[in-house]
Design a protein around this ligand. Structure first.
Ligand SMILES: NC(=O)c1ccc[n+]([C@@H]2O[C@H](COP(=O)([O-])OP(=O)(O)OC[C@H]3O[C@@H](n4cnc5c(N)ncnc54)[C@H](OP(=O)(O)O)[C@@H]3O)[C@@H](O)[C@H]2O)c1
Length: 257
């Protein structure tokens, strides 16, 4: 893992309090080729498992507050990172929202379930959030080393792959996230040629996000977080400059936009 990156490369995991993001932090810390790991989340005080990882990380893990719906917090986290690290080599956006009890948000089964508040929240977290992270952390990618900027998307955000319908807010916000990723990749292919910018589908993974919807997942198709993250790290490690601006699944297969 990380064989293709400079030894001592630094990693940012955005959305690290739970699920796939937290497991990214754990596996990156376990990898000796990784230098520093910066983990961000909305509420570090409540992220007790991140604190436990920090306690055994021998100074390699920094946990910072960042809420993707609060641009000032993104700017503050980028500034705090820049004060201690000269550059980042891997950035993984792991935040995502499908359902949220506090906002009475559930994936829509039909048009009658559509609520503007849920659509706006999904767009803010899933689409606009990773783009603002790129906007504020870009200076830390301005170097000559190979770097990967990856945003966790979802296959259901593929317009071409949509055969079932439903899930209006999640599907459309992930499609918008994909468009932002593609547009950013085109800009960075001109201005930040060292950065490979991609969208990644983790596969259905056993986390709080998928838990209410795991009933229909075929046998053997539900990944534990450990497997999901090690697969994604392999995909990230294999990325080549020609892959920038594409959407990849956990097994490296290209997904149509
Ligand atoms: N699990 C799957 O089957 C699956 C499938 C396809 C794609 N994905 C994608 O993979 C990514 C990770 O999902 P997951 O399964 O790990 O989900 P999860 O366990 O529900 O974790 C979601 C993460 O997003 C964070 N988050 C939510 N709103 C935020 C905000 N405003 N600012 C900052 N962080 C925020 C949460 O932080 P708090 O603890 O503060 O709430 C949490 O760390 C998402 O983009 C998801 O769409 C997952």
């Amino acid at each position: 893992m990380f064989a293709t990156f400079a030894a001592g490369g630094n990693v940012l995991i955005q959305g690290a309090s739970r699920g796939i993001g937290r497991e990214f932090v754990r596996q990156c810390l376990a990898e000796s080729r990784v230098g520093q790991v910066v983990a961000t989340c909305r509420s570090p005080a409540n992220a007790t498992e991140l604190a436990a990882l920090a306690a055994t990380a021998a100074g390699r893990l920094t946990v910072l507050p960042l809420d993707v719906t609060n641009e000032a917090s993104i700017a503050a986290a980028a500034a705090a990172t820049a004060r201690t690290l000269p550059r980042l080599h891997v950035v993984v956006n792991c935040t995502g929202i499908l359902h949220e009890a506090a906002y009475d948000m559930q994936p829509e089964k039909r048009l009658a379930d559509v609520r503007p508040e849920s659509l706006a929240l999904a767009f803010a977290v899933n689409a606009i959030g990773p783009l603002l992270v790129a906007r504020h952390f870009e200076p830390l990618l301005a170097h000559a080393d190979r770097a990967v900027f990856a945003s966790l998307s979802a296959r259901v955000g593929s317009i071409e792959d949509n055969r079932l319908g439903g899930w209006y807010a999640y599907r459309a916000s992930k499609a918008a996230q994909n468009m932002y990723t593609r547009t950013l990749a085109i800009e960075w292919a001109r201005s930040r040629r060292n950065v490979i910018c991609v969208a990644l589908h983790p596969g259905t993974t056993d986390t709080d996000l998928s838990r209410p919807f795991q009933g229909n997942v075929p046998e053997g198709k539900l990944f534990g977080v450990e497997r999901a993250v090690s697969q994604l790290l392999e995909v990230i490690d294999r990325m080549q400059p020609a892959d920038t601006g594409q959407f990849f699944a956990w097994d490296g297969e290209r997904i149509p936009w």
